[in-house]
Design a protein around this ligand. Sequence first.
Ligand code: AHR
Length: 502
Amino acid sequence: MNTAQVVIDPAFRIGEVDRRLFGSFVEHMGRCVYGGVFEPGHPAADDAGRRGDVLALTRELGVTVVRYPGGNFVSGYRWEDGVGPAGDRPRRLDLAWKSIETNAFGLDEFMGWARAADVEPMMAVNLGTRGVQEACDLLEYANHRGGSHLADLRRKHGAEEPYGIRLWCLGNELDGPWQVGHKTADEYGRLAAETARAMKLVDPSISLVACGSSNRGMPTFAAWEATVLEHTYEHVDYISAHTYYDPSDGDRPSILASAVDMDAFITEVVAAADYVAAKQRRTRRLKVSFDEWNVWYQSRLQADLDRDWAEAPPLIEDTYTATDAVVVGDLLVTLLRHADRVGIACQAQLANVIAPIRTITGGPAWRQSIFHPFALTARHARGTVLRTEPTGPAHDTARYGPVPSLDTAAVLDEEHGTLAVFAVNRGDRPLALDVDLRGLPGLGGVEHLTIDAGADPDAANTADDPDRVTPQALAVPVVDGGRCTVALPAASWNLLRFAPAN
Ligand code: AHR
């Protein structure tokens, strides 16, 4: 068996885990809202139409913050269509997804849902077809206490207290030619800066996210970040990053190594932001809001869009495999390893649309394979991320060249004295991992959970077989003299937990 080693020492710290790393995303797209989180008349729905089964799974998933209402959708959205008496709301063409938007669900419904799900809202404003005024209007409606037209309208609609939404995205993917209202970096940078300045006049307590690149492969990547931040640096708190990894070509070694790309992407976005900081002589450093990330079988999208306008058509309802779960687990490991510079991350999306939660309209909801590494990471990655420098074998991939077979993140919860080690074996052979814990004396093993994609890489959960892919318990790690050796199956995501031994 191949061997690998990792040393875990509390002297080497990366940063605190911001709970906002475990975010998700609800977009008006396909059946994420309608038939996903919101389905009046469903047997599990409450009086407000919120599906109780989806709410329960959202809580179990451990989601902390939810971005809304898009996505590409937001770039043509009129937020005021979605407030007020349900019967008066207009039906609109959603150009992003070639769908009919009924506006039955809007800001007030989303805020009620967020409260029920116990998640923090993260709102995006439309900087595709709209601008400064509409963004300020939405912020006034949401956050102003009262005594002004739009704040009083919110109160008239039943929300006496302001929503106090802290996180705001200045548009979505405006670097992408597919975006309604696509802009150059200078056009977007100017608009984002002016919108930010005005929004902070309405409510100085908000935090703002400027749009970074839609992915690392964009021809404008890095130059876009630098130009946008030249305009916006002093006004914003985060720069966004988005990425999706596509397994459609069946190249399994490459898809399993996707985190190598995310890792480099984060490093490069941080470098671009720090370049502007240095140029503008600023000491304040921005964080990355990785507010869309996931595995996405993108080759299937066009077929979904080749149809006539419809209400909430099923769009990109990818069924995820055990392999995809290992990839998602490794992307979370990567986000943790950058805890010093990534302050927010949102997996896209929450329900049905490339999502950990799937539903049937009028029927059940279930956990996809990718639900499990997210839920376990959100539950156990609490405290301080420690720097780990694993050593071990490497293997070749067509997309990324030679990559280390092992990827790790270690999180120490000093309050409880517990340690969680996330270890991903991206290779096609089992690994014997030697964990050196001598810097944390007195720890004993609690559990070893694995998602093993080696035996049945394409296994997936379905409505009829919802628990085919679940984490499996392996032998509890035995710590002897501050060291333990654990077996990591080929192509597996693993959680090793340790606690004070007595
Ligand atoms: O999450 C699906 C889409 O992917 C989003 O609407 C868009 O922002 C991204 O391109």
